[in-house]
Design a protein around this ligand. Sequence first.
Ligand code: B12
Length: 211
Amino acid sequence: MTDNKKALFDAMVAYKVPGIQAAVDKARKDGLSASQIIDAMGEGMTEVGVMFERGKLFLPHVLSAAQGMKNAMDVLGPELQASGDASTKRASVVMGTVEGDVHDIGKSICSTMLQCAGFDVHDLGRDVAKAEFIKEIKDGCTMCGMSALMTTTMTVQKDVIELLKQEGLRDKVIVMIGGAPVTQAYAEKIGADIYGETASETTRKAKTISE
Ligand code: B12
């Protein structure tokens, strides 16, 4: 990891909004690209999650780190879009966190990166009803990305795939799934087309499959 990437990672783990802001400012000044910065912050946010699970950080710390990440995304997102290959027109993608689940940090990072790669992203947010995904696909989205951060909600990804089959839409859409408890094996088991461990991997796979 370069010094700047490590500083971004460390600032996320230290969870203080001004510290995160300072690390982002320095990385930008030193010429790191928006996607390099977002990747390093995403890794830091994942570590925050691990520390939370181990009882080393508490909820206010997690929320503070998430706020720092969100502030950075507000600035870096549009920058990434301007610098990326957004001029390349790619597929329309409906993205959302499945119903019953309010975790949206990772999903939003994926949406931003996909958008920057030229995908037309319809991000429905979090706690998205199954029928909402189906509606967007009927309205023309040819890719469907579902995020689930809990073992109790990842089953909804399977439910939506089943609904797509019932509606005769499964063959018309590329299904992507992700979120911390989701794995490649689970994606294969439920018949999803793409499993994305990170936002960069998701974007790379989405570009390849839609080419
Ligand atoms: C932040 C957080 C919260 C925040 C969410 C804020 C927000 N706006 O998102 C708040 C405080 C609101 C919250 C609430 C709750 N949480 Co919470 N939360 C977390 C935490 C610490 C980090 C999640 C995160 O943001 N990670 C960082 C991002 C960058 O990573 P990511 O989401 O995995 O995303 C990356 C990849 O997975 C992938 N990806 C993500 N989405 C998608 C989608 C597609 C299509 C693809 C291809 C890829 C992809 O790309 C992303 C970027 O690289 C996790 C712990 C953990 N280890 O995950 C617990 C965790 C998920 N929460 C948990 C729980 C239980 C809850 C609560 C029920 C309350 C509680 N008891 O703590 C509520 C849930 C309420 C609800 N109905 O949803 C549990 C879930 C356990 C389980 N059942 O599986 C966890 C695992 C913590 C724990 N061990 O207890 N939480």
